[in-house]
Design a binder for this molecule. Structure first.
Ligand code: AMP
Length: 282
């Protein structure tokens, strides 16, 4: 595995790869790697000749400075994981490499911008869009791999690729979970024991709501019941629990089985904000 910090170095490697007709798969991450990231990497390995992983904690996508400052940094262990997975290249740029100056450009993703993650984290998707665009321009991969765990981010990046004509195929990888159902996340490292135990409420509420919707219960009743479940629990605070049409991310007021729909949730466990989702009918 080769680690590099400078885009000029990658340009040389990229040219060689292209000359020998190798396909390049790219997995962008913010580090603190867990099995969810490794699932993306394994999928990339199975589909591409060369895999490059980036580790960069992008300051511009954090709307909360303490979340940024406390974001876990486990670089030596991350590099060990990547070596074990036979990753070919790892890009670990400095903030100055990515942001020689702070960008003036703002990206606006339409309705995706104002609802759910967009609404609760102002500026977040602009930051994601800018950094992913920069990384796509630097790495110039054929394929890029993203997790279904961040479903609204997937919709944003699909929009980005379409609207800016990036010649990149996106591959979406299902959410990897702990054995009790909690979606793996780098932020789970910051949960204390009681919060970690309570955190399964996100997944359990998604499963319960999906079952009830499929059995024909009205969405407003299901939502009220889930909100009450969260209110009963002292250790967690629900931010949203919504039914959306998956492609547009539009919030639905009732369940229509002929529309591809998903349930999405965000909740705090103490200071830590977690998100999760499941698809209902595909
Ligand atoms: P992050 O390091 O949190 O920016 O995540 C990097 C990539 O890993 C993103 O595409 C995430 O959606 C994906 N990812 C994070 N957690 C999981 C998970 N539990 N299962 C699958 N993919 C994940």
């Amino acid at each position: 595995m080769e680690q590099f910090n400078e885009k000029e170095k990658w340009s040389e490697i990229w040219l060689e790869a292209l000359k020998s007709n190798k396909t390049i798969g790219f997995v962008p991450t913010m580090g603190a790697l867990h099995q969810g990231h490794l699932e993306l990497i394994r999928t990339a390995k199975s589909r591409c000749d060369l895999v490059v992983v980036s580790i960069f904690v992008n300051p511009t996508q954090f709307n909360n400075s303490s979340d940024f400052e406390n974001y876990p940094n486990t670089l030596p262990t991350d590099l060990d994981h990547l070596r074990q997975e036979n990753v070919d290249f790892v890009y670990t740029p400095s903030p100055e490499e990515i942001y020689p100056e702070s960008p003036e450009l703002k990206l606006y993703f339409g309705p995706l911008e104002s609802n759910l993650e967009g609404g609760f984290r102002p500026g977040h998707f602009n930051g994601v869009g800018i950094v992913v665009s920069k990384l796509f321009h630097i790495i110039r991969p054929h394929f890029a791999f993203f997790g279904q765990k961040d479903l609204q981010q997937v919709a944003v990046i699909q929009r980005l690729v379409r609207d800016l004509s990036f010649p990149i195929e996106l591959v979406i990888v299902p959410t990897k979970r702990e054995s009790d159902g909690l979606a793996m996340s780098s932020r789970n490292l910051r949960l204390n024991k009681a919060e970690r135990e309570t955190a399964t409420i996100l997944f359990h509420s998604l499963i319960k709501a999906k079952k009830e919707l499929i059995e024909g219960k009205a969405w407003f009743e299901v939502q009220k019941e889930i909100q009450a479940d969260f209110e009963k629990n002292q250790l967690t605070k629900l931010e949203y629990f919504e039914l959306i049409e998956t492609a547009s991310f539009e919030i639905q007021t009732e369940f229509n089985p002929s529309k591809k729909s998903s349930l999405v949730v965000a909740a705090y466990l103490g200071e830590i904000r977690l998100i999760d989702n499941i698809s209902i009918n595909f």
